[in-house]
Ligand binder design. Structure first.
Ligand SMILES: C[S@@+](CC[C@H](N)C(=O)[O-])C[C@H]1O[C@@H](n2cnc3c(N)ncnc32)[C@H](O)[C@@H]1O
Length: 267
């Protein structure tokens, strides 16, 4: 289940994209708003936005849980700096850290919210174990992530050029379900498919650059991609235009809620 992600690359790429991310993150905002609907109406003491990015959801979480301490965590320092400068928050703190190795005490967080961040993690069982550890009894992990059909058009276009990994590989719903630790209970798991449409391919490739969503998997081609390969890639993508002429880009989104029982499931 290891995706062999290059974490330094993830951090650098998102840090570089901090200034441009919000201008193109319409889908990410829609998904995060939908995910907020999965949050409980409770009065937590400590909540965390895991992979907070530019901090778009931080004020919203701050507002919903006005008495809670809000911890904003991200791997990319550039994202955290941007968020800190651009969001007005009360009772908030910031941590630059890896979700798979959280510098937090056991049972210290009541709600972990995470929108479109955990798909960049290397080892899902390790991540979920960390979440289980830091969640307080009765706590919840409310997440949105991407499935393997995401950007399948891009993958297909590159496959017609060479056999390198050009597009991030995301885990299936079965892989997500089988990674849930025995002491967490899955109370929600939903799938949503969204197809974004662009008049031109450049609209999509520019957007991915501005989002910082480059390919971070191992198995990538090193060195420059030649003109002929780019031509073949473009032509293979053009072949996938929809009947109305639009360039499609599919996003397969998984929404889930994991609950930590007040008493251990195994006790
Ligand atoms: C697509 S952005 C989403 C940001 C924000 N949650 C939103 O919905 O707009 C993904 C974020 O996850 C962060 N991220 C990726 N891998 C991470 C990891 N292992 N630990 C913590 N954050 C990570 C990235 O730096 C980036 O800011």
């Amino acid at each position: 289940m290891d995706a062999l992600i290059d974490k330094q690359k993830v951090a650098d790429s998102f840090s570089k994209a901090a200034m441009t991310y919000d201008s193109v993150a319409e889908l990410q905002r829609d998904v995060g708003h939908t995910l907020m609907g999965y949050l409980p109406d409770s009065s937590p003491s400590r909540i965390m936005d895991l992979g907070c990015g530019t901090g778009y959801f931080s004020p919203k979480l701050n507002q919903k849980y006005s008495t809670a301490n809000l911890l904003n965590l991200d791997l990319a320092l550039g994202m955290l700096r941007f968020a800190r400068q651009n969001r007005t928050l009360t009772n908030a703190s910031w941590i630059c850290a890896d979700a798979e190795s959280l510098p937090l005490r056991d049972a210290s967080i009541d709600i972990v919210f995470s929108s479109l961040a955990i798909q960049w993690c290397e080892n899902l069982p390790v991540l979920l174990k960390e979440i289980e550890r830091v969640l307080a009894p009765g706590g919840r992990f409310v997440f949105a992530t991407l499935g393997p059909d995401t950007l399948h058009e891009l993958r297909t276009a590159w496959q017609s050029v060479d056999s390198f990994t050009h597009v991030n590989q995301f885990l299936s719903s079965e892989e997500h379900l089988s990674a849930v630790p025995s002491n967490l209970h899955l109370s929600e798991f939903k799938e949503e498919v969204r197809v974004l449409r662009y008049p031109q391919l450049k609209g999509l490739t520019d957007e991915l650059k501005r989002l910082g969503a480059h390919n971070m998997n191992a198995g990538q081609k090193t060195g420059l991609t030649g003109r002929e390969q780019i031509r073949r890639f473009k032509s293979a993508y053009e072949d996938q235009r929809l009947v109305d002429g639009a360039i499609p880009a599919t996003y397969q989104v998984f929404y889930g809620v994991l609950e930590k029982p007040v008493k251990g499931l195994n006790s």
